[in-house]
Design a protein around this ligand. Sequence first.
Ligand code: ZN
Length: 95
Amino acid sequence: MLGLSQILLTVIVVIAVWRGYRWWDGVRRRERARLDRMRRAVMGEGGGREAEPDPGPAPGPQGRTEDTIRCPVCRTYMPVRGAGRCDRSDCPFPG
Ligand SMILES: [Zn+2]
């Protein structure tokens, strides 16, 4: 037969376990959101795509990718150091 103190103890234990689970779940959610933000920041805008590696300016067989980078929008090669944006508004290069 359960006494009042045992019932109370059971309730306290259940609440403690529940709160601990909620806390742990929150920590995991925050960590996952942080990793997601980091991955998104690394990948650039990453609109909608999930866990897909950014192809980026893949080194082609032309052998010119050492010093030049190809703009995926305007499709022109420009020097990596002085890569300036073209006249297109969606050009990914800054400056
Ligand atoms: Zn461009």
